[in-house]
Design a protein around this ligand. Sequence first.
Ligand code: NAD
Length: 370
Amino acid sequence: MKAKITLLPGDGIGPEVVEAASELLKTVGEVFGHKFEMDSYLIGGCAIDEYKSPLPEKTLKACEDADAILLGAVGGLKWDDPSAKVRPEQGLLGLRKNLDLYANLRPVLPHPDLVSASPLKKEYLEGVDMLVVRELTGGIYFGQPRHRQSVNGETQAVDTMVYKTSEIERAARLAFSLAHERKNKVSSIDKSNVLETSRLWRETVSSVSKEYPSVILEHLLVDAAAMHLLTRPSDFDVIVTSNLFGDILTDEASVLTGSMGNMPSASLGSKKNSFGLPLGLYEPIHGSAPDIAGKGVANPIGTILSSALLLRHSLGLEEEAKALENAVDVTLNTGIRTADIATQEKEPVSTEKMTAKIIENFDQLEIISG
Ligand code: NAD
């Protein structure tokens, strides 16, 4: 296979973790006989510095022309002024909107050897294997009007939460079809006791569920769901929820895996690539971590696992994706840890060392299996 992968390293630790994942993709290509053409483009803060735009034309074009996109993270103290008109995260929101990436998939599957890195008791983590589907291009992050105004001498800020039936339907359909391949359960999360958009969400998800009679549907209010995620996490299979609730709940769910540094994500939409598969954007769930940027200590696993999702969903390479996930598993089994997941007994390793070990294990597993 010959595939075009656009790399968007971004800011902070983004370039460090994308470099690690691209080395793994290169190794996958060499072992399985694929050619991955990988070129890097600017997005976020570094793009503002260079082009005064967080999503330069050149970057957007390279993403539109790609088979898949791998992103690090955007943002940092330098561009953090909340009153600035041009901000790094506009690059990411613009990319989601332009490529119509309407659903973000976040698997939550704690590695058994990392149970001690989670603040939750071991017995709560047993059997946890969930997939969160977050609606990504609607809701309060995009609704209009949004502005500030002066009312009776004080400042008032306005954001708008809007959902159309079609936006809810496509996220729900994706969640039900994914549940169909897993444990046949969908938990839909809303705030329908208070919000009109949530009442439409609940009605629409219920109506879509009729197309999937073998999948069990439960509705939960977001406040209760936030609690259940910590008290009975193994009861969840696929969760489907709106943009705002999904943003918050997925960070909460990351605690189950021990560190945000471990968690991958895939954003999929309506656009297809040259293989007729979804043109997806793959990125770790963490941000640019300015506190550790440039120190060479970032955990690259979330980005490496995101590249496994890229192989699976955008390139249709299931065997290669599994091999990559397996190499990460085996590496963690050996006890090697970056600082964010390290225990006190062992010295943490650098990003470079962790990456080299995963590559080594990938090569060895492939020699043994084939
Ligand atoms: P963050 O995720 O960057 O960091 C939170 C904490 O987790 C920090 O202590 C950091 O050191 C640690 N951490 C994160 N990823 C890690 C990794 N791979 N290895 C080891 N430790 C890791 O969140 P934040 O501090 O709230 O935000 C920092 C910047 O990132 C802000 O400018 C924010 O806007 C941006 N951000 C970007 C994205 C994105 O690009 N998708 C997402 C969230 C935040």
